[in-house]
Design a protein around this ligand. Sequence first.
Ligand code: BG6
Length: 468
Amino acid sequence: MGTTVVIFGASGDLASRLLYPALLRLEELDLLDDVHLVGTALEDWSEQRFLEHLEESLADDHPDAKALATLKRRFVYRSGDLTQASIAELAPLVSDMNVHYLALPPGLFPKAACAIAESGITQHGHHHLVVEKPFGIDGASAAELEEELHLHWNEDQIFRIDHFLGKETVQNLSVMRFANRVIEPLLCADHVDQVQITVAETLGVEGRYRYYDGIGALRDMIQNHLVQLFCLAAMDPPAVWDADVLRDHKVEVLRSVRCSADVSEWAARGQYTAGTVAGESVTGYLDEPGIDAASITETFAAVRLQVDSWRWQGVPFYLRSGKRLGTALSEIAFRFREPPTRLFTETALAEAEPNWLVFRLDQPEGIDLFVQTRAPGLEMKAEQSRMHADYGSDTAGVTAYQQLLLDVLEGDHTPFLRVDEVDWAWRVLDPVLDAWQTGRPEPYAAGSSGPASQADILLDGHAWRPLS
Ligand code: BG6
């Protein structure tokens, strides 16, 4: 009987921008096999009207005509609200395997999860529930949400999406670390002196002010996406590639984070003012439409996390993310210590730069290892060489959502968050949220590298990597 995927919120932004294009690509790759798709939303649309909406959503994706026609044939649309009665009407569409994708505002997750379970449609077949971040706005609200989800759903049935975990480079981080003898043994305090994880965006809030104001960069990016990258960069190698073992190791990282009670020592925040990004003048955050003129929401956040483990003792992990910065850049960068002896002190090689191993998440995706080499010529002079693994062109068409949808269909929990990961991520960052309830973020000009105070959280001798 195949698999049925029910998309709740089928007329919404998430479905149109991310899910439909991902489903189309999977269709083009012939990966949907016997998947049935059900779109449901409040709109009182006919099937035809929904299919027009689907097609409009895919207009920029240059769909292959045959794949689009097949995708349309897979879909049925049912208008409905999130009441048991209306969900019960979906009963004839249920298969052996069912995925209920809540492409809804997060405030509706408990209501939808409860109504689906109580509608009776989950009595036959297997049922999975897909939810997207944000999972709460702090530890307490996340715990409340989880309690409500767990009233009707087992942890094994819940797939919590953090779309960064579907990104090619993020998946490759684990392969590079654990499938290569030459990398993994070097990633520890003996050899690495700091790790910098940056997700810098040139975009502003882009009309998402209702969601963003009051949320800010720490909750929107650091607590989920960057903390996940941090866990994957810092975790010990699992003994087997298994979703639970992997997630145990990630939780272990979070449980070993130690930070001082004085949050200002390890966290910095900023808010963009008017400036120029990519040659265009842009307004400041407080002047963006819909933003409260007195808002203290941070559009830039940076933290230094210390991991109290044998592997990482004394090595700071710096995480930063901001909007309206001068350059869009996403990377995980390990900086290595200097060689133990300096053989070339009498020569220009004494000026050698440290080694960096950099995983680039944005296009073109790839991995760079910066090493010192002898500059050709008669003088003993160093130059920095970049050893580059480029798989950007192969990944250009693959989105994180394609990968994650496929994993949901296969029931593979590996790239999804377990409840305790969410909980521990909040435990690490709740003190920052508390501290930031008062005071103001430091202003930084749009198009710059962010607030100057981000440097205050660095250990002596460390500097942020340039954003370019
Ligand atoms: C989202 C955030 O989760 O991730 C956005 O809510 C952010 O604010 C986006 O822009 C970044 O994702 P990507 O895939 O565009 O790097």
